[in-house]
Design a protein around this ligand. Structure first.
Ligand code: S3P
Length: 443
């Protein structure tokens, strides 16, 4: 027996007040990975205590790393050094987390022991060839299903990988990070060229741990001649979680919200750029740098939005924010068109189809395309029942749609909100969203 969570959101309302959303998911994963293979004790604050980051944390415990916490976002990692990980006694179960699986695939390919990486139904359906193919070129031995999906059975190559010069066919921070981590255990240099900039937390954090990594235009290089020295990491709030309130406060008349201590790394701020192009009023205030990452408070007041053609160069910089950006588009006057975003079809769900289906269900004029969506917005959003398909960001996006709906919206299959944002309901209701969450048992 498992439990399912259903969200019901009352129509209308506004968002007002101040909030600090939880820590950045990408940085939380990386803090555990790099802290574990560093020499010395790493202290992390602002760690995201949600299922995905906890999957990474558990995997490293299973490989013999002593990790204390998390408690109130504080984690203490007793690093074992680059060559100190131990054979896990069981398969490493990574739940819903694509980042855990793809990055660990790279880190574990060159170890002196074997591992098996498994995940839930969604993760087991996601493409892994994008990492296993280049890793195999490096000499990695990784078995997948015939269709290239998890479980990944990795036969560790004990430092015998060969560096490669890889030109990535898609803009993916997970693929880039996977290969850089593998490159730390490879002979010669490993370089990854990205077709467009993607989040660079791996590179920044490696530098913070004192591990040499170089960037030349869009080519990032690493080799095995380095070590990580433990450090303190302060993880800022996740802009991908803040995005729900950036959109909510933009679309709900009378809203006025300040989001504190949000990570505004330029490889992550596409959502701000896109909303501003639509007419949103977002002020970036108190800009500062925390542990090598830019941070700021974001102040948003509601303003009418207009539909736009979303510039394709912003797509990788807002890749996780499209579910809620589609809601903004549904509220914007005129047509919004997204192109060049086929990657959305292989996220935790097919985010193009699942969002288009849900929006249509609510009476929105939305049409999916192979690489995006066309939305003719500005008309009333209706009420009804939508299915999140177990995708955390779809569930939260439809909850935000309630602010502009004419009747209650019921959202099915919301338990996975806990993979990234356990506090969503509490923060959303505190700011003014009429959201109720109900748990029930399913067989
Ligand atoms: C992530 C990279 C992105 C993003 C994911 C987290 C990361 O995936 O969608 O949620 O932490 O590196 P891709 O790199 O596959 O686009």
């Amino acid at each position: 027996m498992t439990t399912t969570i259903t969200f019901t959101v009352q129509p209308g309302g506004q968002l007002r007040g101040e909030a600090r959303v939880p820590g950045d998911k990408s940085m939380s994963h990386r803090s555990i990975m790099l802290g574990s293979i560093a020499e010395g004790v790493t202290h992390v604050t602002g760690f995201l205590e949600a299922e995905d980051a906890l999957s990474t944390l558990q995997a490293f415990r299973d490989m013999g790393v002593k990790i204390e916490g998390p408690e109130n976002g504080c984690v203490t990692i007793h690093g074992v050094g680059k060559h100190g990980l131990k054979t896990p006694q069981k398969d490493l179960y990574l739940g819903n987390s694509g980042t855990s699986m793809r990055l660990l695939g790279g880190l574990l390919a060159g170890q002196p022991f074997n591992t098996v990486l498994t995940g839930d139904k969604s993760l087991s359906g996601r493409p892994m060839k994008r990492v296993t193919a280049p890793l195999t070129t490096m000499g990695a031995v990784i078995n997948t299903t015939d269709s290239g999906t998890a479980p990944l059975a990795i036969t560790g190559q004990n430092g015998q990988l060969q560096g490669i010069d890889y030109v990535m066919p898609m803009a993916s921070a997970q693929v880039k990070s996977c290969l850089l981590l593998a490159g730390m255990y490879a002979q010669g240099e490993t370089s990854v060229t990205e077709p467009a900039p993607t989040r660079d937390h791996t590179e920044r954090m490696l530098t913070g741990f004192g591990y040499p990594v170089t960037r030349n235009d869009n080519k990032i290089s690493i080799n095995a001649n380095g070590k990580l020295t433990a450090c303190d990491i302060d993880v800022p709030s996740d802009i991908s979680s803040a995005a729900f309130f950036l959109v909510g406060a933009s679309i709900a008349s009378g809203s006025d919200v300040t989001l504190k201590h949000v990570g505004i790394n330029p490889t992550r701020t596409g959502v701000i750029d896109i909303l501003r192009l639509m007419g949103s009023s977002i002020d970036v205030i108190n800009e500062r740098e925390v542990g090598g990452e830019p941070v700021a408070d974001l102040h948003i007041v509601a303003k009418p939005l207009q539909g736009i053609d979303i510039p394709e160069d912003l797509v990788p910089l807002a890749i996780d924010e499209f579910p809620v950006l589609f809601v903004a588009a549904a509220c914007a006057e005129g047509r919004t068109r997204l192109t060049g975003a086929e990657e959305l079809r292989v996220k935790e769900s097919d985010r193009i189809q699942v969002m288009a289906d849900g929006l249509v269900q609510l009476g929105v004029d939305a049409t999916s395309t192979p690489d995006g969506m066309v939305i003719n917005g500005g008309k009333t959003i209706g009420g009804g029942v939508v299915d999140s398909h177990g995708d955390h960001r779809i569930a939260m996006a439809f909850a935000i749609a309630g602010l502009r709906a004419s009747a209650p919206i019921k959202i099915l299959d919301c338990a996975n909100v806990n993979t990234s944002f356990r506090e969503f309901k509490d923060i959303a209701t505190k700011l003014g969203l009429g959201l109720v969450s109900e748990e029930s048992a399913v067989n």
